[in-house]
Design a protein around this ligand. Structure first.
Ligand code: GLN
Length: 489
């Protein structure tokens, strides 16, 4: 049951092989048994999940239902879920039970899916290791001797799916937070085009970059998830009015003649030799299928990290000003006056990295510095976008690594924020440009999964999923499970 795809689970439910209640119960049992090791979930919605499963069983018995009806999944704890704690990995929201659902949450509900609970994450999605969570880090299920990070910020979602504590999970990606944990945990993760998935009810980090997307065990499952998540939403002013294709139907589109660009700035001396080998093997496979690879240049690549780490904190400093202890969220004890309440609620409610970003962002936006930092970073952002537009004149898709290396150790980069930021070197550009990008498992290094990244042109999600799907038809990296003590698999 734990190895079945979404489609197979849906068939199993329809054929009465198992009920949604049995399926949900089986997942809840695994969560009860292994979440203590892995810390994948902040909240497990035992009762609600079983009630939803019961309703789904009735719907299926009554006649034709959505493919998602009765299928369990997990939400990153950044999506507002009515009546269910939505902490965003922060002490600031550790008491926040939203009175409404995010559009993405509504979509899954309407499809009849069963939410198992809310997945761990870096506080306010700021981080790349899950170590910034107020609830402690999620643990990479591939860890053996030492504990490895699952990546972040959607680390709990990745761990839940990789450790078979959920068939699939939602994530969000502002600078790599779907793709990097997907790479570290052996999953397929997709950051859609900016505007493809509604941001309504998704706690805001950097609004011009944030985008929700699927984290799944295969491209086929990711396609099924994106189908539910994508679409125009009047409640999000940046949502795009464009028809949503049938992603599952496009999975077998022919790769013959596909033009793949290999950026010289990704394949250079900084790329780990083992990672280079993994990617070369993938490239060979695509060439054997009739794809044509060619070198391209994205000349402003090295400016992506510095530009992002001005723009994202600037937007975060504005977004997070709403957490003032007044309307909702954490409030300090015994405030002496209004100023004391603001100051102590924010000092006590936010963690170190979040405070660092607020300070950096406020500084970059302040009078006298705005032009030197924020405006300059926005100009660099345009250059990065232009690099991609030039590249897409001659190629259909861009291939490279998702991360510089496989999962690193817990605590290894904790003391040096810049080291942590540099982890995002390959993922951030797609967010700055608003492009869709996918990570799929492409091999292992010392037994640990690593990902290849595919960056597409705007709204080309179907093509990215098709490329990954056909890669997965000929390889089995994506079917490997972390058979460690932590998971009992
Ligand atoms: N690691 C990046 C950061 O810390 C990306 C986070 C994200 O995509 N949410 O900002």
């Amino acid at each position: 049951m734990f190895e079945k795809s979404i489609k197979e689970l849906a068939e199993g439910l329809r054929q009465g092989e198992f009920s949604s209640q049995e399926l949900t119960k089986a997942y809840l049992d695994r969560i009860d048994q292994y979440n203590g090791n892995l810390n994948a979930y902040i909240t497990v919605a035992h009762e609600q999940a079983l009630a939803d499963a019961r309703a789904a069983d009735e719907k299926i018995a009554a006649g034709p239902a959505n493919i998602w009806t009765g299928i369990p999944f997990a939400h990153k704890d950044i999506f507002c879920t009515e009546g269910l704690l939505t902490s965003c990995g922060s002490k600031m929201l550790s008491n926040f039970v939203p009175p409404y659902d995010a559009t993405v949450a509504t979509n899954f509900k309407q499809a009849g899916a069963v939410c198992l609970g809310k997945a761990n994450m870096d506080e306010f999605a700021m981080g790349g290791s899950n170590e910034n969570s107020f609830y402690g880090p999620a643990i990479n299920p591939w860890s053996t001797d030492t504990s490895l990070v699952p990546g972040g910020s959607s680390g709990g979602s990745a761990v839940a799916v990789a450790a078979r504590l959920a068939p699939a999970a939602t994530g969000t990606d502002t600078g790599g937070s779907i793709r990097q944990p997907a790479a570290f945990c052996g999953l397929t993760g997709l950051k859609p085009t900016y505007g493809r998935v509604s941001r309504y009810g998704m706690v805001a980090f950097a609004s011009s970059l944030d985008q929700g997307g699927p984290m799944a065990r295969s491209a086929e499952d990711a396609a099924a998830m994106l189908q539910v998540m994508a679409g125009y939403d009047a409640k999000d002013s940046t949502s795009v009015k464009q028809a949503v294709p049938n992603y599952s139907m496009h999975l077998n589109q022919d790769l013959k003649g596909l033009r793949i660009g290999l950026p010289v700035e990704y394949f250079n001396k900084h790329l780990n030799a083992a990672m280079q080998k993994v990617l070369e093997d993938a490239i060979k496979l695509f060439e054997a299928r009739g794809a044509v690879c060619k070198e391209i240049s994205l000349p402003h690549t090295e400016l992506a990290v510095p530009a992002y780490y001005v723009i994202a904190p600037a937007e975060a400093s504005a977004n997070l000003s709403r957490f003032d202890g007044v309307r909702y969220g954490y409030r300090c004890d015994d405030p002496q006056d209004l100023m004391d309440m603001y100051m102590r609620s924010r000092s006590e409610g936010f963690g170190t990295e979040v405070k660092r970003r607020i300070m950096v962002g406020a500084y970059a936006l302040s009078a006298g510095y705005y032009d030197a930092y924020y405006r300059k970073a926005q100009q660099v952002r345009r250059l990065i976008k232009n690099d991609f537009m030039t590249a897409f004149e001659t190629v259909d898709v861009i291939l490279g690594p998702t991360t510089p290396s496989p999962a690193f150790g817990l605590g290894e980069k904790g003391d040096d924020p810049v080291q942590m930021y540099l982890e995002d070197i390959y993922t951030i550009s797609a967010n700055l440009a608003g492009l869709p990008a996918l990570s799929a498992p492409a091999g292992t290094i010392d037994g640990l999964p690593v990902g290849m990244q595919l960056i597409g042109n705007y709204f080309d999600e179907a093509r990215l999923l098709a490329i990954a799907h056909q890669f997965q038809a000929e390889t089995n990296w994506h079917t490997q499970a972390p058979k460690t003590e932590l998971t009992g698999l």
